[in-house]
Design a protein around this ligand. Structure first.
Ligand SMILES: Nc1ncnc2c1ncn2[C@@H]1O[C@H](COP(=O)(O)OP(=O)(O)OP(=O)(O)O)[C@@H](O)[C@H]1O
Length: 359
């Protein structure tokens, strides 16, 4: 099997990705993805092009690999199929984190406050001193600030409290770094508390590797990644993108809006898995990182079929046309239909856009 992401003379665990796709559409040899080294990858494509499916395939491959710890950020609730045998993952529904795990500087941003304004700086200060949200609230009540500042800070912390995301027993990084996939089920959460969870987990796994407190190499697989950039989670994701290789943290960001990702995401990714893309700005965002070894322009090489992808591999400076394999576990991304075809199972039957049939 050819393995994308590493030189031919190196070994180690491989994720079974699918098969090569010849220009005439015929199926070629099996192709795998290196999971022995921590990669930074982006998976992009228009809505329904197969990104979540591909992320699930990578999660299954990581689950079977030795020495890695897959963690899936699931904002849409489509990865619970990974709990099925033989993968046996664990879904953590609406996970909580400790308030003190979020850096004090992140609190104003989380609450939509100017960190240099009176309310934002009060929240920053109490976050630096307190160990829990309750302590932050009581420190605000006793703060030497104007009544209006205290009142505004109290209201913002009440909002944070209403998210039910900050608890004394937040999810422990050590619980997420086992060999089977851990799925952070965030579909019941708003964007801001979900971003707080991603920030804490991303920072936690990075620091755990720096401090050598976990043995496995964590891989963070983030679906709908555009929801987590430009917000409170971004600094931690950026750190893994730019500095994750040395401590051994892998990152896979999947998004239908590559133009919404920071430039660093596309430029730092050593693997780019590109499904069908049609929107001009998104094609341009990927084309901006066109490597010199791509012999034609990216737009002309983009796949048109569901489940097919162009894989750009910076490690070996090569480009591959791949058809991603079927999932081994149930695929929760299947599109529901209003009127199932006669004899088909109701509502959850996978359907594809007529223009995006499988080959
Ligand atoms: N390689 C594949 N083999 C078989 N089925 C696939 C493949 N890729 C995608 N599908 C099916 O196509 C449908 C859409 O895939 P998926 O949900 O992964 O798309 P998506 O790009 O993540 O969509 P969205 O942007 O809406 O999240 C699903 O029913 C999925 O099971």
């Amino acid at each position: 099997m050819h393995v994308i992401g590493r030189d031919a003379d190196t070994g180690g665990p491989v994720c079974n990705l699918g098969t090569y796709r010849a220009r005439d559409g015929s199926t070629g040899a099996p192709v795998g993805l290196d999971v022995n080294h921590p990669h930074a990858a982006v998976v992009v494509g228009k809505r329904g092009s197969g990104k979540s499916h591909t992320l699930g395939v990578v999660a299954e491959g990581l689950a079977r690999a030795e020495g890695v710890a897959p963690i899936v950020v699931d904002p849409m609730g489509v990865f619970s199929g990974l709990e099925a045998a033989p993968i046996d993952g664990t879904v953590h529904h609406d996970p909580t984190v400790r308030a003190s795990s979020l850096p004090p500087s992140a609190w104003p941003d989380l609450l939509g406050l100017d960190p240099t304004g009176p309310v934002g700086s009060l929240i920053w200060r109490v976050a630096a001193e307190a160990d829990s949200l309750a302590e932050m609230q009581s420190e605000v009540a006793d703060a030497d600030s104007t009544a209006a500042t205290r009142r505004a800070a109290t209201n913002h912390l009440a909002l944070a409290d209403s998210w039910d995301v900050f608890g004394q027993d937040g999810i422990a990084v050590s619980d997420l770094c086992g060999p089977t996939p851990d799925i952070l089920g965030l579909s019941g959460m708003d964007e801001r508390p979900a971003s707080a969870v991603v920030r804490v987990v991303a920072r936690g796994v990075y620091e755990a590797r720096i401090e050598s407190t976990v043995d496995h190499l964590p891989w963070l697989l983030v679906d709908e990644a555009h929801a987590f950039v430009g917000g409170v989670a971004e600094p931690a994701l950026r750190t893994i993108l730019t500095r994750g290789r040395a401590p051994g943290v892998g990152l896979v960001l999947a998004t239908q809006r590559p133009s919404a990702l920071p430039d660093v995401a596309v430029s730092q990714a050593d693997l780019r898995i590109v499904h069908r893309l049609t929107a001009g700005p998104d094609v341009s965002a990927m084309a901006a990182a066109d490597p010199t070894y791509l012999d034609s322009n990216l737009a002309s090489r983009l796949p048109r079929k569901l489940g097919c992808a162009l894989v750009i591999d910076d490690t070996t400076e090569s480009v591959h046309d791949v058809r991603v394999r079927e999932r081994d576990t149930p695929d929760g991304g299947a599109t529901p239909v209003a009127v199932p075809e006669h004899g088909a199972p109701p509502a959850s039957a996978p359907t594809h856009d007529a223009s995006e049939t499988m080959e």
